[in-house]
Design a protein around this ligand. Structure first.
Ligand SMILES: [Zn+2]
Length: 285
């Protein structure tokens, strides 16, 4: 915890009363076209599914225009999601800008944005059975873009032990297997995640990142429309429902299921993947 020192100036109260301004005009984003996505959702055929075992991860591809679901099975479990452009791993999910544009936690209608210089929606959340949760009395919500992913480096720093099934390592192994690359190369592509089903917030007194038992139950799912050809990877967090600990083997963990759906071609008539940012990249030079 940080220690704040310093004597407040005479006008401290006035400075603190400065008006709150939402930093980004999210209302200027292209609107969420609920009618389009509902038409797509009404024509789905399941193309594939896979079950990811606890404390492990798998990569999977989702073609643009397809839908994928992350489904809770057997028991409450948190998952850590990474997304890449299937054809260019340098374009990947930008957790920080997604948070800045939408909120600390995402739900139906929010988009998962890609890194600079492309900055475009990679996926749109089209259904979330935990949308009812909203914000609880602790200020917590579900599906956060504020955490990073549990990793063996921070674990070693804090606990002095090596643990090899943190989400970071699971995602690195999954990408290495999918792309036939060394795990040390793959881990450089692993990035801050969408914490699927995880219930988190910041403590009111110290503003520290906290977690509490996920409200997810078997049958719950979060669903995404792939805006571009995606390579995705999902880690089944060793924290289980993240009610107590992570980065160890103590939590009870359950698998998560991935379902991939193909819509009717007619539902996608006239639809195109969003283009990369049109910024010139001159940066003023
Ligand atoms: Zn984890």
């Amino acid at each position: 915890m940080s220690t704040r020192v310093g004597t407040p100036p005479p006008d401290a109260a006035e400075r603190r009363r400065a008006k709150v301004v939402v930093a980004y005009h999210a209302e200027r984003l292209p609107p969420f076209d609920a009618g389009f996505y509902e038409r797509v959702r009404s024509t789905l055929t399941k193309d594939a599914e896979l079950t990811i075992p606890p404390r492990d991860a798998r990569a999977f591809s989702v073609p643009a225009g397809h839908i994928f679901r992350i489904v809770s099975v057997e028991g409450p479990q948190v998952g850590d999601l990474n997304l890449w452009n299937e054809h260019d791993l340098s374009e990947r999910f930008f957790s920080g800008k997604t948070r800045a544009l939408h909120a600390t936690h995402v739900t139906t209608g929010d988009r998962l944005w890609s890194t600079l210089p492309t900055l475009r929606p990679m996926a749109t959340v089209t259904h979330d059975t935990l949308g009812w949760y909203g914000w609880d009395e602790d200020g917590a919500g579900v599906h956060d873009v504020i955490g990073t992913r549990c990793d063996p480096y921070t674990n070693l720093l804090l606990n002095g032990t090596e643990y090899h099934h943190c989400c970071h390592s699971n995602l690195a192994r999954a990408l290495a297997a999918a792309r036939d690359m060394p795990v040390t190369e793959a881990e450089l592509h692993v990035h801050d995640v969408l914490n699927v089903f995880m219930c988190t917030g910041f403590t009111r007194d110290t503003h520290q990142y906290f977690m509490k038992a996920s409200p997810v139950r078997p049958g719950d799912f979060i669903e995404f429309f792939a805006e571009i050809d995606l390579l995705a990877a999902l880690s089944i967090c060793p924290g289980g429902d993240c009610s107590a600990s992570h980065s160890d083997d103590t939590a009870r963990c359950y698998p998560l299921k991935i379902e991939i759906y193909r819509p009717a071609e007619s539902a996608l008539a006239g639809w195109r993947s969003p283009p990369s940012s049109a910024y010139s990249r001159s940066h003023g030079i």
